[in-house]
Design a protein around this ligand. Structure first.
Ligand code: SAM
Ligand code: SF4
Length: 325
């Protein structure tokens, strides 16, 4: 359905867990976030009920995220069930890749066709630092396994952070010349509270494109399903390079999404603290149509745009892992 600003909202991002097997510095505080009790997290059955009602409200595309969606028990069977809902024409998943070596085959079998893997550095020691203890070799094996398992496309999401990885953007770009990967550089967002999400760590897309053009010709390219990313290809490369600019060029005018947190709250906008409670009606036996009405209300509550650039660097205290990235 359309929201109050004539945008067609057809995309639901579902956080299936607030738990994670990594602790990325811009996503979680060092001590970890206070985890939600298991019974507060929506069950797989409840998630299916939400999706069936979301379909009634016009949702056609689902993305599973978190926390780390692959640590959620039953994620493959959830995907399999969503794959059987005829109105859903696209299922995607965002993962840190660590569990892909053991799960890629079952995810493919469940009907998942594409995957986004978050990877911020290609240097093992830096990977350990940014994820607070992760091993790059595990994540990289995840990327290789995803390609071998036939996921198409395999997208790599790289958050660019000044002083940490802006020098590495050439290496990421060069990956696309040898491998059929869609590398997407994402602007750091002021969500959560950490030194790294300070304004000085921010690198804009405009600056990044200039850095890359020092070494490579970038030919604009249309990539289907690349959402708000601006896409390019190095001539002759197997893969593409995209830029996602939530801050410098926010894509709110084209926003088509709604979010569901692991504890069953609908978030009309990533940045706005407004949440609409779907769990209570779910647990009080609401009918599919009643749930669809709550979802329609959330869609109609979407603000025109976020104001992260003005308010965000000081304010948003929810971490990405709690909202669902
Ligand atoms: N664990 C999965 C993963 O890392 O892909 C899914 C959840 S994670 C919260 C989703 C995405 O949000 C990741 O690509 C991560 O880099 C991104 N993210 C987290 N905090 C961010 C921030 N402050 N700014 C920009 N992106 C952020
Ligand atoms: Fe975990 Fe993903 Fe957040 Fe990193 S970005 S801590 S992998 S949820």
């Amino acid at each position: 359905m359309n929201d109050a600003f004539h945008r067609k909202i057809n995309y639901l991002r579902i956080s299936v867990t607030d738990r994670c097997n990594l602790r990325c510095v811009y996503c979680m505080p060092e001590e970890g976030v206070e985890l939600i009790n298991h019974e507060e997290i929506l069950s797989l059955e409840e998630i299916i009920r939400v999706i069936n009602s979301a379909v009634m409200a016009g949702i056609r595309k689902i993305r599973f995220t978190g926390g780390e969606p692959l640590v959620r028990k039953g994620i493959s069977s959830l995907i399999e069930r969503v794959n059987d809902i005829p109105e859903i024409d696209d299922i995607a998943l965002t993962t840190n890749g660590i569990l892909l070596p053991i799960m890629a085959a079952e995810l493919r079998k469940a009907g998942l066709r594409r995957v986004n893997i978050s990877l911020d550095t290609l240097v093992p020691e830096k990977f350990r630092r940014i994820t607070r203890g992760g091993r790059l070799s595990d994540a990289w094996l995840g990327v290789e396994t995803a390609l071998e398992a036939g996921f198409d496309p395999v997208k790599i999401n790289t958050v660019v952070i000044r002083g940490f990885n802006e020098e590495e953007v050439y290496d990421f770009a060069e990956l696309t010349t040898k491998m059929p990967l869609n590398v997407r550089f994402i602007e750091l967002m002021p969500i959560g509270v950490s030194d790294l999400r300070d304004r000085k760590s921010f690198v804009s897309t405009t600056e990044l494109i200039k850095i890359l053009q020092n070494r490579h010709e970038l030919v604009p390219e249309k990539v289907a399903g690349n959402g708000p990313a601006k896409s390019y290809r190095i001539p002759g490369a197997m893969g593409t390079i995209g830029f996602i600019s939530p801050i410098s060029n926010h894509f709110c005018a084209d926003c088509n999404r709604l979010r569901l947190t692991a504890e069953g709250q609908l978030r009309p906008c990533l940045q706005s603290p407004q949440e609409i409670d779907l769990k209570t009606p779910l647990r009080e036996g609401a009918s599919p149509e009643q749930l669809a009405d709550v979802i329609r209300f959330a869609i109609s509550s979407k603000p025109e745009k976020h104001n992260m650039e003005q308010a965000g660097w000081a304010g948003n205290r929810r971490w990405m892992t709690q909202i669902g990235g």
